[in-house]
Write a protein that binds this ligand. Structure first.
Ligand SMILES: C[S@@+](CC[C@H](N)C(=O)[O-])C[C@H]1O[C@@H](n2cnc3c(N)ncnc32)[C@H](O)[C@@H]1O
Length: 212
C-alpha cells in the first residue's frame, strides 16, 4: 500500500516529467549516464538505457557514474521482483561503484526496503511538494497525476548540490547523520518481546519498560 492506496492501481510505466529530468541532470552536472528501467516513451534520454525485453535492468551492470531510476512501482510477478530490488541496486551501485544515484519513488517510510536501503544508507532525500505528481503517460501529460506522495532519494557525494537543486521542489532532508546509528532499536526490542511471549497479553510490564 502507498498512502492508503493499493500500489497495483498505480501505473507501472508512468514516465518522469521534464522538470525532474532537468533537476536530475543539474545534480549530475549535465549527464545521466544510466537509466536502468526505460521505455520507448521516456524522455529521460540517458546515455545508456536498459529496456525490456532485451535488457533486464536488475541483471545488467550498474557500473556508471550517474544513474537515474524511476522504477516500476508494483510487483513484477513474471520476474518475481518488487521496488525493493530496485532500491537495493541503487544502494549497492553507490557502495560498490561510487555511482551518484537518484531514485524517484513513492514515500514508504514504514517498509523494510526503506529501513534497509534508505535510512542509514542514502545521503539525502527530497519529499516532493507536488500534491499530485504529473507523470507522463505514453509520453504525454497524464492529466490528474499520481495519488501517492513521492520523493527523490539521493545516494551520492554532493548533498549540498542536491539540496540546492531540489529545495525548490520540496523538503530536502540530509540523511547522513543517520549513517552508522542504531536506528529503531526500541521497536526491535518490542518486537522481540512480542515474539518471545507469543501473545500480546501478559507482557505489558515488559513493553512499558522498553518504551520508558
Ligand atoms: C515508471 S517507468 C519509468 C520509465 C523511465 N525510466 C522514466 O522515468 O521516464 C518504469 C519502466 O521500467 C520498465 N521495467 C520494468 N521492469 C524492468 C526491468 N526488469 N528491466 C528494465 N526495465 C524494466 C517498465 O517497462 C517501465 O517502462
Amino acid at each position: 500500500m502507498t498512502a492508503g492506496r493499493s500500489i497495483v492501481s498505480i501505473s507501472q510505466t508512468w514516465c518522469t516529467p521534464p522538470k525532474y529530468i532537468r533537476a536530475v541532470r543539474e545534480v549530475f552536472g549535465g549527464t545521466i549516464a544510466l537509466d536502468p528501467c526505460s521505455n520507448r516513451h521516456s524522455v529521460v534520454k540517458a546515455e545508456t538505457e536498459y529496456r525490456l525485453p532485451d535488457h533486464d535492468g536488475l541483471h545488467c551492470s550498474w557500473n556508471f557514474p550517474t544513474i537515474y531510476v524511476n522504477p516500476p512501482y508494483g510487483a513484477d510477478r513474471e520476474r518475481g521482483t518488487t521496488i525493493k530490488h530496485w532500491l537495493r541496486k541503487c544502494a549497492n551501485a553507490h557502495q560498490e561503484h561510487r555511482s551518484d544515484v537518484l531514485a524517484l519513488v513513492p514515500v514508504a517510510t514504514n517498509t523494510k526496503h526503506w529501513k534497509d536501503y534508505v535510512f542509514g544508507v542514502a545521503d539525502a532525500l527530497a519529499f516532493l511538494y507536488d500534491t499530485r505528481l504529473k507523470f507522463l503517460v505514453d509520453g504525454k501529460d497524464g492529466g490528474k497525476g499520481a495519488p501517492m506522495s513521492c520523493c527523490m532519494i539521493y545516494w551520492g557525494s554532493d548533498v549540498e548540490r542536491f539540496e540546492g537543486v531540489f529545495l525548490p521542489h520540496g523538503a530536502v532532508v540530509d540523511l547522513r547523520r543517520l549513517q552508522g546509528k542504531p536506528i529503531g532499536l526500541e521497536r526491535n526490542a518490542e518486537h522481540t518481546l512480542l515474539f518471545a511471549n507469543g501473545s500480546l497479553s501478559g507482557h505489558g510490564k515488559h513493553l512499558l519498560r522498553v518504551q520508558s
